[in-house]
Design a protein around this ligand. Structure first.
Ligand code: GDP
Ligand code: MG
Length: 828
């Protein structure tokens, strides 16, 4: 066969024509350039290409386009003259387009393969066997190392295989490593074959994690498979391949086994037909990921870099203080900015971990490998050398894992509520003292009402939960920092899969029992967007601590016998609903099939108090910021709706009655005070009923009547939109005043029991029966979580999902309360 040379498009001179044989390069560049029409077999004509000109002008598919010289270098062509030789048509006449296409096809059917792997993994053996009797095309050498290259034919393809020196890693510590790396980034092989010694998976897979970072096409040759089969192990390499998005082909290179399968697989991957191939990210943990993202942002401003290299890879290399990568970036317009962003990121990371950034990344990579092997590799006879796995064997044990995990969860909640109750009381009395101080010192009027009732009442009511939340965050940070959190997710994974979620969703859901807001923020640990959204929208069914006061009030009033059981049933109904919704949503909305992924098992660390406190504080501040804004605005709004309008037409002239009581000498001063007080409360209740929020409550009466509620419950539900604690305080205000004048006012609980319907079809009947109370508790459990949760969902996903959550939770709440009341009424 005549030697035809593939040359870079940039080398064609003005007026010359070429046929595209291959497009090299990376991600977005590749996509853009093929969309422009630069695909195999197409003819390009150079319109203008002067030596110093950049960009260069081309004509392709009758369009004129310009490419930067660096881009044109990544398009391979054969000159039309060569195509001509190849097709044996005498040069001179016009060249038949069809012939050109065929010859381009031949040239484009060359697949460039690079063999990469640890020393002694069997690369050379594989290389020799694959290339077999084929002629050696050439030997080329690097600085101190060299690579052999061979070609061979298979089907309609020519394979060009390069056997690279063995390396454990692609850093810059040895000339071999640098050589392998340069080969991958500069020669851009179509596929890298990562030869892995199956008898030493953990160490061999380290190199694989670096190839994953580079975002290149990789196929794994799981070599020495015979050695693996000799040992008493079970390795589900297919599952591993699916998880990491890399096809894995078992081979025994020394016996030539599996080589055919490997080559066939390479063709499939080359033709983009392999369903397993997908680019995954190794999750380096929130801090490093944040650092990567900040660096990536600067890298992406330089297409000359991102055309060739993955920006994520460059960012990771920079975080590893890789000098080679840094020198590649010299001369970029924003190199100073990049440098300062990198330095700042490294400084933050090293301060937090007290470890070199490179080590942190290496640890994360081994965590990824541990997690991947934990799920796919079972060693029947324990290898005594592997000590660090022993702790894992206990913590993630099939039988012991659960009780240990439940114990830690119990400990966490116990600590959150018992330890938290002391500072909580302190803050509570502090807020109370400040309120009454303002109440007595400020002149009466709307400003005082705004500050004391609106702001102090609303924001203060939430601030008192801050200690609990900080303690909860402290434990969560502790579990994350020590590496236990990853194990907990691991244990729950199987169970969660049954309802369409997975292990990592479990932690946010558990946190939801404390407060839904940090729970929704915690869904960030999920890599998959769909899982994240699904977890977010079912989190509100985890009954948060703010709903507890409502249950406590109603249960003590209407279920004195079975308090614990009723409370438990409410939490349980929430959990069951979450499961049902998850299953339905998974079928209907997120029906795409699961992509398996690796659950990282990062190394255990002894967490330091300082770091854990920093992490806790980090989370706490986020919470406070969100709470501050949303709760403040909502409290003021609800307060204003209840405060205005001020000029109400009262049904009774309260002022005159109060005055006449004051001048009445037949009553004792005690009686007088009591009756005046009662009149004032009654007046306030009527004013509330006629305020905007009262009007709203009446307006929604038709909607809540089928649930057996009166308008006051409607108003409580409305005010509960801001925060569910407010439901109880609203009931306190509304039900307080409605007693008959001859009764002394009792506790809220007593008032609820005596309450009667004042209007509608149920007029004269008791408002609260155990049935209504139960239905109301369910409604409070299920409906619209609270403004802060909706704001958090919007921030973490999108406005649409926030609106969806608002609507669907409220609809379900209504339906559940309706069925409870209607069916319950039939039975009783
Ligand atoms: P390289 O350093 O990666 O190029 O590895 P080599 O190709 O030089 O192989 C190292 C050793 O492993 C040689 O002795 C091979 O015969 C042996 N070897 C290669 N592949 C296999 C295999 O699949 N099974 C077994 N048992 N030995 C193999
Ligand atoms: Mg070798």
């Amino acid at each position: 066969m005549t030697m035809i040379k593939n040359i870079p498009l940039s080398e064609l001179k003005t007026g010359e024509e070429g046929i595209i044989t291959k497009v090299l390069g990376h991600g977005a560049f590749r996509k853009r350039i093929t969309e422009m029409g630069f695909v195999k077999g197409k003819k390009v004509t150079v319109i203008k290409n002067a030596p110093l000109q950049d960009p260069v002008e081309y004509e392709i598919m009758n369009y004129n386009v310009s490419l930067r010289r660096t881009e044109a270098r990544m398009v391979e062509v054969i000159a039309v003259e060569d195509a001509n030789t190849l097709s044996k048509v005498p040069f001179g006449g016009t060249i038949d387009e069809e012939i050109l296409k065929v010859s381009a096809q031949q040239r484009g059917n060359e697949i460039n393969i690079a063999l990469v792997g640890n020393p002694n993994s069997g690369k050379t053996t594989l290389y020799n066997f694959a290339s077999g009797s084929q002629e050696r095309v050439g030997n080329y050498s690097g600085v101190t190392v060299d690579a052999k290259e061979a070609t061979m034919k298979r089907g309609s393809y020519n394979f060009r295989i390069v056997d690279l020196p063995g390396t454990y890693s692609i850093t810059e510590y040895s000339p071999e490593e640098l050589y392998v790396r340069m080969h991958i980034t500069d020669k851009m092989p179509d596929i890298v074959v990562n030869v892995i010694d199956a008898s030493n998976l953990e160490r061999n897979l380290f190199l694989t994690t670096q190839l994953i970072d580079m975002n290149i096409k990789v196929v794994i040759a799981l070599n020495m498979f015979d050695e693996l089969e000799k040992r008493d192990v079970k390795f589900d390499y297919e599952a591993l391949g699916k998880m990491i998005g890399i096809p894995i082909v078992p081979t025994v290179a020394s016996k030539g086994k599996g080589i055919d399968e490997l080559l066939d697989r390479l063709i499939e991957v080359y033709e983009d037909r392999d369903p397993i191939v997908r680019h995954i990210h190794i999750n380096y943990g929130s801090e490093i990921e944040a650092a990567i993202a900040s660096i990536q942002k600067e890298i992406r401003a330089n297409p000359e870099i991102t055309d060739k290299l993955s920006s994520r890879y460059v960012a990771i290399k920079l975080l590893e203080t890789d000098k080679t990568t840094l020198s590649q970036l010299q001369g970029l317009s924003n190199i100073n900015k990049i440098q300062s962003v990198v330095n700042k990121a490294i400084e933050t990371l090293e301060k937090e971990y007290a470890e070199k950034s490179e080590t942190i990344i290496t640890d994360a990579k081994y965590g990824f490998i541990d997690g991947a092997l934990k799920e796919t590799f079972v060693e029947r006879i324990k290898d005594k050398r592997i000590n660090k796995r022993e702790l894992d064997d206990i913590l993630t044990n099939r039988i012991l894992g659960f009780p240990i995990f439940l114990f830690f969860m119990w400990l966490m909640f116990q600590a959150t509520f018992t330890l938290g109750s002391y500072p909580m009381e302190l803050i509570d009395s502090g807020v109370g003292a400040l309120s009454s101080f303002l109440q007595t010192t400020m002149p009466e009027g709307p400003l005082r009402a705004l500050i004391v009732d609106g702001i102090m009442g609303g924001v203060g009511g939430v601030i008192i939960f801050l200690p609990n939340i900080l303690i909860l965050f402290f434990f969560i940070s502790l579990m994350e920092d020590s590496g236990y959190m990853a194990r907990a997710s691991f244990i729950m994974d199987k169970l969660m899969h049954k309802i369409g979620l997975h292990g990592k969703s479990f932690i946010p859901l558990v946190m939801g029992f404390g407060c839904n807001v940090p729970a929704i923020m915690a869904t960030r640990t999920l890599d998959n967007k769909k899982d994240r959204i699904l977890t977010m929208i079912i989190t509100p069914f985890m009954s948060c601590s703010a709903r507890l006061p409502v249950y406590v009030l109603l249960i003590s009033a209407f279920f004195p016998q079975n308090q614990g059981l009723v409370l438990f049933s409410i939490y349980l109904i929430g959990i069951i609903l979450a499961i049902l919704v998850a299953m339905v949503m998974k079928r209907v909305v997120f029906s795409k099939k699961d992509v398996p992924f690796v659950m990282e098992l990062p190394p255990y660390r002894i967490p330091t108090l300082k770091n854990t406190t920093i992490h806790m504080w980090h989370k706490g501040v986020q919470y406070l910021k969100k709470m501050g804004n949303v709760i403040l605005v909502a409290s003021i709004l609800i307060w204003a709706l209840g405060y205005f309008p001020r000029n109400v037409n009262y049904s009774v002239d309260y002022n005159t009655q109060i005055k006449s009581l004051q001048t009445n000498n037949q009553l004792s001063s005690d009686e007088k005070e009591q009756q005046i007080n009662h009149l004032e409360v009654t007046q306030e209740a009527e004013r509330q009923e006629k305020s905007y929020i009262g009007q709203l409550g009446h307006a929604i009466e038709p909607v809540i009547e089928p649930l057996g509620y009166d308008w006051k419950m409607g108003v409580s539900i409305l005010t509960g939109l801001a925060a569910k604690e407010i439901v109880v305080s609203t009931m306190g205000i509304l039900y307080q005043a409605d007693l008959h004048a001859d009764e002394t006012s009792g506790t809220l609980k007593d008032n609820l029991i005596k309450q009667e319907h004042t209007s509608g079809v149920l007029k004269g009947q008791r408002v609260f029966t155990p049935l209504v109370a139960f239905g109301f508790m369910l409604f409070v459990l299920i409906y619209f979580p609270c403004v802060a949760v909706i704001a958090a969902i919007k921030k973490e996903s999108s406005l649409n999902w926030a609106i969806f959550t608002m609507v669907y939770t409220t609809l379900i709440a209504w339906v559940v309360a309706f069925l409870t009341y209607q069916i319950g009424s039939l039975i009783s």
